[in-house]
Design a protein around this ligand. Structure first.
Ligand SMILES: [Zn+2]
Ligand SMILES: [Zn+2]
Length: 380
């Protein structure tokens, strides 16, 4: 164990740090050289590689430093598929900073329906259809609930319905198919394959979080793999499903006292949240020692200079494997030979990149309501 680890970790990026928060940024022998920081647009994904980017490392309250829950996976298959696990508030802005095409962000795997895991679905469904996601629907996979209204299908239908005005207002200008949100729901209680295409297999497994109906995911592609806990208490279905996985990003809540001090929550509230729904650093360490990933990612934490050392101190009492404390835009490259963690260096203001459009759509002007003729100020 390394008790001085927290003192030697790189600084948080919002405090000026440029490196991933780990003492083991490279595990194994990479097949190629990676830049010190990941610069979007300058490093094409290689065949057979997975590139995992944390779009949202944070909490139910988004900040400029931390968007709410979301993890992006780019796949080195022929299609260069893009899948996203959860899409919390603020995560779409981080996606844009990666210079990735808007029209490729259409496959969302939700772990559960807490708002901090799905807040940007409405942005993806409505707003990004206007700037490039124009070929067809947003596809959302997720767990069933113990009753239909608590499941992913109802969520997708309800969001689509909530976008009724937005969709009607796009009539004539926007491909109506791109305004659709299509939900696919699977039994939350079973470990099962929920997606298989282009060499990518996604397995959903039950986790223990608040009430029934939360899951985690494992993605396998050509001999490399990645798993993501979503929100959970330490649980056996996750350990069983994640056996042999290369990288496991698991939630790790701060110790209750550290969370209370850093967030302003009462110690009682912080303790209840941790014990009823989440995973302490000690418990995360236990899960990692059972799963034995090449790299363990800590995630869903209030990142502060006080909280991170408290997490590492607790975690290191039970686990001495390779760990990265993920932040927004922590990038992890996974190949059979190596796992490499870096931070991305991005621009805060980029225009959307629509991407290659597969479906042609001719916009038409729609006649305005009659009353506008009198309401509008003439500028001729
Ligand atoms: Zn949750
Ligand atoms: Zn959460």
């Amino acid at each position: 164990m390394n008790n001085t680890e927290s003192a030697t970790l790189p600084a948080l990026t919002y405090e000026g740090g440029t490196r991933a928060m780990t003492l083991t940024p490279v595990i194994g022998t990479p097949r190629r050289e990676y830049g010190e920081m990941f610069v979007p647009g300058e490093e094409p994904l290689e065949d057979g590689e997975l590139r995992v980017t944390v779009l949202g490392s944070g909490n139910p309250w988004p900040t400029r430093a931390q968007a709410s829950a979301s993890v992006l996976v780019e796949v080195g298959n022929a299609e260069r598929d893009i899948l996203v696990f959860d899409l919390g508030t603020g995560s779409v802005a981080n996606y844009a900073s990666l210079k990735l095409p808007v029209n490729k962000l259409n496959k969302v795997f939700l772990t559960h329906l807490h708002a901090d895991h799905m807040g940007d679905v409405i942005t993806l469904g409505g707003s990004l259809a206007k700037v490039g996601r124009a070929d067809g629907p947003v596809y959302v996979w997720g767990p069933s609930g113990t009753e239909p209204r608590l499941g992913t299908s109802h969520f997708a239908e309800a969001i689509e319905e909530a976008l009724a005005w937005d969709t009607a207002a796009g009539f004539g200008a926007i491909n109506p198919d791109s305004m659709r949100i299509v939900g696919t729901e699977s039994d939350f209680s079973k470990t099962q394959v929920v997606y298989e295409a282009n060499g990518v297999k996604v397995t959903s497994f039950p986790v223990v979080h608040c009430i029934s109906g939360a899951v985690g995911y494992r993605l396998d592609f050509g001999g490399v793999s990645f798993a993501y806990s979503g929100d959970t208490r330490p649980c056996w279905p996750l350990v069983r499903a994640c056996e042999g996985v290369d990288v496991l990003i698991h939630e790790c809540f701060p110790p209750a006292a550290a969370l209370a001090a850093a967030s302003g929550l009462s110690i009682e509230r912080a303790t209840i949240a941790l014990n009823a729904a989440h995973t302490s650093p000690t418990a995360a360490g236990k899960v990692f020692s059972l799963v034995k990933p090449k790299l363990a990612g800590l995630w869903h934490t209030l990142l502060s200079p006080q909280v991170v050392p408290a997490i590492f101190a607790e975690l290191r009492s039970v686990y001495d494997g390779a760990v990265v404390q993920t932040q927004d835009l922590t990038v992890i490259n996974i190949t059979p030979e190596a796992v490499v963690s870096r931070q991305a260096s991005v621009s805060d203001q980029l225009p959307p990149i629509p991407g290659h459009q597969c479906v042609s759509f001719q916009p038409v002007a729609v006649p305005p309501p009659d009353w506008w003729a009198e309401a509008l100020i003439s500028v001729d």
